[in-house]
Design a protein around this ligand. Structure first.
Ligand SMILES: Nc1ncnc2c1ncn2[C@@H]1O[C@H](COP(=O)(O)OP(=O)(O)OP(=O)(O)O)[C@@H](O)[C@H]1O
Ligand SMILES: [Mg+2]
Length: 396
């Protein structure tokens, strides 16, 4: 049971030349499952290692249950860590692998037995206690590594990409397994991954980092539905959100028109009510975000308002059985994240032709490569960002 507070946590390398983690502040509640996610090199492992006490802290503090632990040795922090490369002892049985830390700590044999049996029960490892790691599947081995962490009953679990060595199917299985175990134990957990699906499905909250800087920390549903900036918007969701520079018209009774290159869409009054600050952008440039899943083949949405559709030539249609992923070009400027730290110059124009847009149609859509299609855009679900800063336009 522990609350973990990171306050302006900073790590610099190379005499301050590299800032791997830049003023990271997050309050992690007792029992919470926080997922730290972001692209490779964004500072996730460094942050985790500072919390664990495996890395010296350059600035800021880590507090566990109100006590600043910056100077507390790793082994005295009451934390257990599960890594990507969990090294099990190959010559020891599963039982002894799990029991090892307790044996070292000279815990009485009976108590060790009780704890190992309990942990093996939670992890469904009872049938394998007598085996050696080499006689287990990848997922079973991963569970043994978890067992070694759980048996110590730490107040905090830190996990750094613990599933990345497993094949895709096993990852999915272990994903829910870990979430279930964490829920049952109620141990505060910080879980690092670069996999957005893990982030969205496992965590109570998701903390998204880029270049050492925290971009947003929020529930999975808010990270998806209310991304704070265009980086978060583009990182979460697959296929990614389409982001374009667009011209918002003057606001009239029925909302405003949005010019997206040579096409236009009607932004309804309800959108302005949902995002009060959008009114200040009327008559100016904005970045608009359209999620692939918020576009549909018009043929499948009878009665969709004609002023909320676009027509495009499909250069690639991928009928996946479950969906039809449709690619086309829009002649609008793509908004691209360059550097969310320097909030100016966040977007740039790509050379013409590379303004590809992706839509996720229902599998019933018969649109195929080379065809022209009319696309129903769910304009109530458009996202809007400031054209200069890339920050979401809300205003509430
Ligand atoms: N010992 C070091 N000396 C200098 N720079 C380092 C050192 N360790 C890490 N870095 C740099 O710090 C940054 C953050 O690294 P970190 O390992 O925390 O990233 P990560 O988010 O865990 O990435 P990945 O998803 O690839 O594991 C990177 O730019 C990395 O090159
Ligand atoms: Mg890492």
């Amino acid at each position: 049971m522990a609350k973990v507070v990171l306050d302006n946590l900073t790590k610099q390398y190379a005499h301050g030349y590299i800032t791997a983690v830049n003023k990271l502040s997050v309050d992690i509640a007792d029992g919470e499952f926080l997922v730290l996610v972001g692209p490779s090199g964004c500072g996730k492992s460094t942050a985790l290692r500072m919390i664990a006490g495996l890395e010296e802290i350059s600035g800021g503090t880590v507090a566990i249950d109100g006590e600043v632990v910056n100077e507390v040795h790793a082994k005295d922090r009451d934390i257990a860590m599960v890594f990507q490369n969990y090294a099990l002892y190959p010559h020891m049985s599963v039982y002894d692998n799990i029991a090892f830390a307790l044996q070292i700590a000279k815990v009485p044999r009976q108590e060790i037995d009780r704890k190992v049996t309990e942990v093996a029960g939670i992890l469904q490892l009872e049938p394998y206690l007598g085996r050696r790691p080499g006689q287990l599947s990848g997922g079973q081995r991963q569970r043994v590594a978890m067992g070694r962490a759980i048996v110590r009953q730490p107040s905090v679990f830190l996990m750094d990409e613990p599933l990345s060595n497993l094949d895709a199917k096993l990852r999915v299985q272990m994903r829910s397994e870990i979430a279930r175990i964490q829920d049952r134990l109620g141990t505060t957990t910080i879980y690092v991954t670069h996999d957005q699906v893990e982030a969205m499905t496992m965590g109570d909250r998701v903390a998204l980092m880029k270049d050492g800087v925290l971009q947003q920390v929020d529930t999975p549903s808010n990270i998806y539905g209310r991304p704070a900036n265009i980086f978060v918007a583009s990182f979460i969701g697959s296929p990614a959100m389409n982001l374009y520079h667009a011209q918002l018209g003057e606001r009239g009774a029925g909302g405003a028109s949005l010019k997206l290159g040579s096409r236009s869409l009607q932004v309804t009054e309800s959108v302005f009510q949902q995002r009060p600050d959008l009114a200040r952008h009327a008559g100016g440039e904005v970045i608009v975000g359209m999620r692939p899943e918020d576009m549909e083949d018009l043929a499948l949405v009878p009665g969709h308002p004609p002023d909320q559709t676009i027509t495009a030539d499909v250069y690639l249609s991928e009928a996946l059985g479950s969906d039809n992923i449709v690619h086309f070009n829009l002649d609008a400027r793509v908004a691209e994240v360059i550097d969310p730290d320097t909030l100016s110059d966040i977007s740039k124009s790509l050379d013409g032709g590379s303004s590809a847009c992706v839509a996720r149609f229902d599998a019933k859509s018969t649109v195929r490569t080379g065809e022209r299609v009319r696309i129903a855009v769910d304009c109530a679900r458009l996202h809007f960002f400031d054209a200069q800063s890339g920050l979401a336009i809300w205003g509430d």
